[in-house]
Design a protein around this ligand. Structure first.
Ligand code: G3I
Length: 474
């Protein structure tokens, strides 16, 4: 299994915190023709997501593909302002709740989309004759109600969406006109107050390569980090045209990551000028592979989301007549070559399985190889620390040659730390000594694979590193 960066794990820790368990899919460690995208992605330390529409959740094929392939969802329209607050201070969460409930029941993290955006903004906001203090109150009230509704349940929020023009100037939305440049920072602060555990993202399109628009976003993020504005991530939407995924995508993601934020591809689709041909599908496959490889090459890239489950319901043909077929599954939910491109990038085997042949058992003519060994190691990592509290993660790896069917990790705390909440394990603590055993879904660890558990702890004085961290396989 590849070594995962600390940040890569953020979505997974978030998921564990939010729903209490890591999704009960086996961890893929080697190429596996049958492994769905969510499993392959998890093995690489990222999530693989899709936009989802509440009104499709009654369609069995849609739901089957959604839950088999994706471990992150973004409501396509249901959390937008026109859906959640169609008239002032009158909130409606019916279809958003439907998606949240579905995701939680199926081990999917949720990217909230979106709190402040000029589009799908009801006319009572866009046409209001506001003073700055009135509109600030309206925006803060919206954020506090919508983000507050899902407090502790979402992995991330797209706090502000599409605030820049192509030339890097600010888009003249009602928020920009009435409140000036400062409205974005105000929105992020309100979102942090409403949901302190959600990762807060700025999200935009045409910022995937290095250009005037991405430079402007970059400068804003750098300024926010300097000023302590609570921003955690940048979402690169990724609405691409066939053959036009920028060559500097990875470089651009990396420069944002170097500012200290996580990055994600949040709305990927790659539209094809119709009619579809096999050559165009092959190009689309290469394009998708390029996008996923760029994310994997940047340790702070936490995941890739495609903007829809099937071409059948994609927004593309409505907005770009004569173009379409932009997603991974066709109108009949058949995976397209683009799907294989993602599988390849994620290290899966997208070639047809070879026909098995029977071979006679070989007669040993040399000494038998050594018996399989089984062993585990545990690695303790401090994820975050604040006055009096901390979050840590322990990775359990099977370095032997035979599978592990259960594990026990123990260590001792040097300075009176106490575990207050632990997930993906069962723990006991007696004074300084801690023992954590696997739970039913993460005891089996294949050779070369690993699993992890995490916890929150409290301390007074110092938070010294644990000693005698050990792992015993059973
Ligand atoms: O719900 C109404 C329905 O009652 C009405 O009969 C019908 C008639 O046109 O419209 C329906 O609303 C549509 C809505 O999608 C829900 O289907 C809107 O017209 C339509 O404009 C809206 O399109 C959405 C679009 O955002 C709006 O800007 C797309 O589904 C959605 O995929 C798209 O997503 C955006 C991201 O949020 C931000 N980034 C770009 C991306 C693609 O445009």
């Amino acid at each position: 299994m590849s070594v995962r960066s600390p940040r890569r794990h953020a979505w997974k820790i978030g998921l564990a915190l939010l729903i209490g368990v890591i999704p009960a899919v086996a961890t893929a460690t080697t190429a596996d023709a049958a492994a769905p995208l969510r499993q392959l992605a998890e093995a690489k330390g990222i999530y693989f997501g899709t936009a989802v529409a509440a009104n499709r959740l009654g369609e069995s094929q849609y739901v089957q593909v959604l839950d088999r392939e994706f471990n992150s969802v973004t409501p396509e329209n249901e959390m937008k302002w026109d859906a959640t607050e169609p008239s002032r201070n009158s909130f409606n969460f019916g279809s958003a709740d439907q998606i949240v409930n579905h995701a939680q029941a199926n081990g999917q993290i949720i990217r909230g989309h979106t709190l402040v955006w000029h589009s799908q903004l009801p006319s009572w906001v866009s046409n209001g004759n506001w003073t700055a203090s009135e509109l600030t109150q309206v925006m803060e009230n919206h954020i506090s109600n919508v983000a507050g509704r899902y407090r502790g349940k979402l992995y991330a929020w797209d706090v502000v969406n599409e605030a820049f023009n192509e030339d890097g100037t600010r888009r003249q939305t009602v928020f920009q006109r009435v409140l000036g440049d400062g409205y974005i920072a105000t929105a992020f602060r309100a979102a942090r107050a409403a949901d302190p555990t959600a990762k807060l993202y700025y999200n935009d399109y045409n910022i995937e390569g290095i250009n005037a628009k991405s430079n402007a976003v970059y400068n804003m993020v750098r300024q926010f980090k300097q000023q302590g504005v609570p921003i955690d991530g940048v979402g690169f939407q990724g609405h691409f045209i066939l053959g036009q995924v920028p060559n500097d995508l990875q470089q651009n993601l990396q420069r944002f990551a170097d500012l200290g934020v996580e990055v994600a591809l949040t709305e990927v689709d790659i539209r094809i000028p119709l009619p579809v041909t096999s050559a165009k599908l092959a190009q689309q496959r290469a394009d998708y592979e390029k996008v996923v490889r760029a994310c994997l090459a940047v340790s702070k890239c936490v995941g890739v989301t495609v903007w829809g489950v099937t071409d059948k319901y994609s927004w593309v043909p409505d907005v770009f007549p004569g173009e379409g077929a932009a997603l991974l599954f066709d109108d009949n939910y058949n995976p397209k070559p683009a799907y294989d491109g993602v599988v390849t990038a994620l290290g899966g085997d997208s070639s047809p399985s070879p026909t098995p042949t029977l071979t006679p058992s070989p007669i040993p003519d040399s000494p038998p190889s050594p018996p399989p060994s089984s062993g585990c190691t545990a690695t303790y990592r401090l994820v975050n620390e604040w006055p009096g509290g901390f979050q840590a993660e322990v990775t359990v790896s099977n370095n032997g040659t035979s599978p592990i069917n259960g594990w026990t990790v123990s260590w001792s705390f040097p300075s009176g730390q106490t575990i207050t909440q632990l997930w993906n394990g069962e723990h006991t603590q007696s004074g300084a000594n801690v023992t954590v055993r696997n739970v039913y879904y993460n005891g089996n660890v294949a050779p070369g694979a690993s699993t992890s558990f995490g916890f929150l702890g409290s301390f007074s004085g110092s938070n010294g590193a644990p000693s005698s961290v050990s792992c015993t396989a059973s």
